[in-house]
Ligand binder design. Structure first.
Ligand code: SAH
Length: 238
């Protein structure tokens, strides 16, 4: 499986895009704490009639907001470990299953991320990433502004790859969502709110947990502005 080669996975391809306003939007959100404020904001309800395979922990909330049918899909709690199923594997699976089942006009991967102060990121900043790439595949490709890997921490090898390639934010799902959205020709955008400074002096886990609640509020506001902006527009107008 190749990662997005030129980091332009989010790019909207003209031939595959409907010339009508966006009507169906699917948010892919890794953690329940990140999803809950938006579920409330858009007044969505949890769907019990699952479109997904029996027994998976994936959770879907849906409802109408303005002219848009909005679904928020989360991977839910790991069946064995009981923690949010963060990371690229679950993100790919729920993106694939959601596109198959719901045929959305647009995917929005919203979540938290580590930010690099060397690139100007501060706690609570929300980035709308245009480029995404994986950083832990040891494949020497140009790295995008949002860099994705399956670890919350950063080993020296990743650090060299990420910083040398100019990433501003680092997460654990974005490039996986981009890969599947690109595979299925579905436009995708990436909204990432900074919970921790990767190149700062505080331990990532401590800073992440401390800021999670406040920063998801910033994510919630930014996501609402994005949804208000796309309401009534077709994908080429974004
Ligand atoms: N123990 C936590 C796990 C959180 S993993 C729990 O289950 O409650 C961190 C999540 O926040 C991932 O979804 C990731 O996309 C995002 N994230 C925030 N800061 C990050 C960083 N510095 N590096 C990678 N991902 C980060």
């Amino acid at each position: 499986m190749a990662p997005p080669q030129d980091g332009k996975a989010a790019e909207v391809k003209e031939e595959s895009v409907p010339q009508r306003p966006i009507s169906d939007v699917v948010f892919i959100i890794a953690m329940k704490k990140e999803a809950s404020p938006l579920v409330e904001k858009f007044q969505l309800t949890e769907e019990s009639n699952s479109l997904f395979p029996k027994g998976v922990p994936w959770v879907r909330y849906s409802g109408k907001y303005k002219d848009l049918n909005i679904n928020i899909v989360s991977p839910g709690k790991d069946i064995v470990l009981g923690v949010d199923s963060v990371g690229t594997v679950s993100a790919s699976l729920i993106t694939y299953a959601s596109i198959q089942a719901l045929q959305p006009d647009l995917i929005i991967n919203a979540g938290t991320a580590g930010g690099f102060k060397a690139k100007g990121a501060c706690i609570g900043d929300v980035y709308l990433a245009s480029d995404v790439a994986f950083h832990d595949r040891r494949i020497p490709i140009p790295i995008g502004k949002l860099s994705t890997g399956d670890s919350l921490d950063m080993c020296p090898h990743d650090e060299t790859a990420i910083i040398a390639n100019d990433a501003t934010v680092k997460d654990m799902e974005g490039a996986a969502v981009a890969y599947v959205a690109d595979l299925l020709r579905t436009p995708a955008i990436f909204l990432k709110a900074v919970t921790d400074i990767v190149d700062g002096d505080r331990p990532t886990t401590e800073e992440f947990l401390e800021n999670l609640a406040a920063v998801t509020a910033a994510l919630d506001q930014a996501a609402t502005r994005v949804v208000d902006f796309i309401n009534g527009k077709n994908p080429l107008e974004l």
